[in-house]
Ligand binder design. Structure first.
Ligand code: ZN
Length: 562
């Protein structure tokens, strides 16, 4: 009976799954799969590379290898996936497990040996094929909340042999989902200055009319020329309220395929071009993502299929046509949006172009340098997607570089010349981005070369010079100087640096380096006495913490253990 049900489910799925091994990979946890994040869903600057599996708001759940194989990579980092392990399987695929609390005993020891050898909490290791073999159903780690994780969960990926993440659900990793995706907004866009939507040559919101079936009709629009559409859509699964990503979007114009976006697999190189998929300006002002159902120039995303006229439609005068969007989740639940389009030509008075005299033109395919007295900004070719006029104004040390509403493919570089800067603390000056109403300065990673300081950024905005002469603070949390800590398992210290943030830390006991794990979210450094490094009765602890412009603090204390 179970087999029949399984076959039925597979045949209902969107994709032909025979090309991917089924039932090869198991659920890496031994609880029912409930997701807080789906594959390829839209994140701030990338597509999500895996499944975020809920861990019942707890840490410490057993994490099993999805299949037998060998540990091919281990990465421990402050940010990103935090503590992560990669297992390569005999069939060529690699599974990834992120935000872990800790590893199984054998693997944990392997990592600690490396950490003590390198004298660093952050390590990346590539064990060879023989070193750490894992058997089917072996516990490899415990789930956690390390790195850039906003709450306890397991980040789980399956990658192909070219390191491209794929939807784990293609392999039969199953999640209950009987709900169809929903749509919260639809917009129409003119392709060029001759196109019209409801008489306007601009992005136009369309009125959605939800139907009893779960599908949507859109109030009839009038249009002329080449236009495209954009949609905001999400999918909910049965066992969690989270708004997740959809799996596939297809568009049709008068019954013919216009464009398909298929979120089955991508490469990490292309992930940043999510900025080209979404309406970046709208996202920055409204915090909601419209996915554009047309392809503009300089869009290298591999997610598109069945491309006709880059997804744009051409509307002639006095015609009646229908544009349809079909949105599907991985389980094949689908939602349709139907947009009736009436062709209607209208002469529009071209609005006078805005005064571009105080703006600087940056070509997408050329190198451009903007200069003011003490500041230069370099744009190398392919920094922008489109040739754009941007605001560039320097007042004293403050650089106004447009607003963060034009997407960038890569960094531009800001260079300040500090030659005329009369400050005894010249080496403590850094480049800051000013945010918000109060123009609060945020450190931007700043490099120095003689009197020039430079920083790269992928976001337009306001930048300025700031100075940090304040050293980090170091505060013991669970002990005091000259105390006995025999019964303690952990040594905890809080470290903080308000302006430029912590760049490095080093802790020793009686001159010997000790591993302290750093959690940037709680600002806590933790040493585990079970590392069995601290064995003397009298112990001199010394911790040195340095911020990003080189201010440093030293903390010293004596403690006793027996
Ligand atoms: Zn994740």
């Amino acid at each position: 009976m179970k087999k029949i049900l399984l076959l039925f489910l597979i045949s209902c799925s969107v994709y032909s799954q025979s090309e991917y091994p089924q039932d090869y990979f198991r659920n890496p946890l031994d609880i029912t799969l409930v997701l807080s994040g789906t594959f390829a869903e839209l994140r701030s600057s990338h597509f999500h590379g895996g499944l975020d599996i809920k861990t019942q708001r707890k840490q410490g759940l057993k994490v099993y290898t999805a299949a037998k194989g060998y540990v091919s990579r281990i990465k421990v980092s402050h940010f990103g996936y935090g503590k992560a392990i990669y297992i390569t399987h005999p069939n060529g695929y690699t599974t990834v497990y992120g935000h872990l609390q800790k590893f199984s005993k054998r693997i944990e020891q392997y990592i600690k040996d490396c950490q003590y050898e390198k004298e660093s909490f952050e390590v990346e290791m590539f064990p060879n094929t023989e070193e750490l073999l894992v058997e089917p159903n072996e516990v490899i780690a415990y789930s956690g909340n390390t790195g850039s994780s906003g709450g306890p969960h397991l980040h789980f990926e399956i990658r192909d042999n070219q390191e491209r993440p794929m939807n784990p659900m293609l392999f039969g990793i199953d999640v209950k989902d009987t709900k169809a995706p929903f749509v919260s907004a639809v917009y129409a866009y003119p392709k060029d200055e001759n196109a019209l939507i409801n008489g306007k040559n601009e992005r136009v919101p369309l009125r959605l009319i939800p139907q009893k079936t779960g599908d949507y009709e859109v109030e009839k629009i009038t249009a002329y020329g080449n236009i495209g559409f954009g949609i905001t859509s999400y999918d909910k699964q049965d066992l969690a309220p989270n708004n997740n990503g959809v799996s596939n979007i297809q568009t049709f114009f008068n019954g013919n395929k216009s464009l398909e976006i298929d979120f089955k697999r991508f490469s990490f190189d292309e992930s940043k071009h999510i900025k080209r998929l979404i309406d970046y300006e709208y996202f920055k002002s409204k915090k909601s993502r419209i996915q554009k159902l047309f392809i503009q120039k300089n869009n290298p995303l591999s997610l598109y299929k069945n491309i006709n006229d880059n997804g744009y439609i051409k509307v002639e005068d006095s015609t009646s046509s229908v544009y349809k969007v079909r949105i599907r989740d991985f389980k094949g639940n689908e939602t349709w949006v139907t947009i009736p389009v009436k062709g209607k030509y209208k002469v529009i008075k071209k609005e006078a172009q805005g005064d571009a005299s105080n703006k600087s033109l940056i070509y997408s395919d050329k190198t451009t340098t903007l200069e003011a007295e003490n500041v230069t900004v370099n744009f190398y070719s392919n920094t922008l997607y489109d040739d754009s006029y941007i605001d560039f104004k320097v007042v004293s040390d403050t650089l106004h570089l447009h607003e963060d509403k034009i997407p960038l493919q890569k960094n531009f570089y800001i260079n300040y010349d500090l030659s005329n800067y009369k400050s005894e603390h010249r080496d403590k000056i850094y480049i800051a981005r000013l945010y918000g109403y109060y123009k609060k300065p945020y450190y931007v990673s700043t490099k120095r070369k003689g009197n020039i300081i430079s920083a790269g950024s992928k976001e337009f905005g306001t930048y300025a010079l700031a100075i940090d002469t304040i050293a980090p603070t170091i505060e013991p949390i669970n002990f005091q100087d000259k105390k006995w800590l025999s019964k303690y398992r952990y040594l905890k210290v809080k470290i903080e640096d308000e302006l430029t943030g912590i760049s490095k830390y080093r802790a020793t006991v009686n001159g010997k380096w000790i591993l302290m794990e750093y959690d940037y979210k709680t600002k806590m450094l933790t040493h585990d006495f079970n590392d069995n490094i601290v064995r003397d009765t009298r112990n001199e602890l010394k911790i040195i913490v340095t911020d990003n412009v080189g201010n440093s603090s030293t903390f010293e204390a004596t403690f006793f253990r027996k």
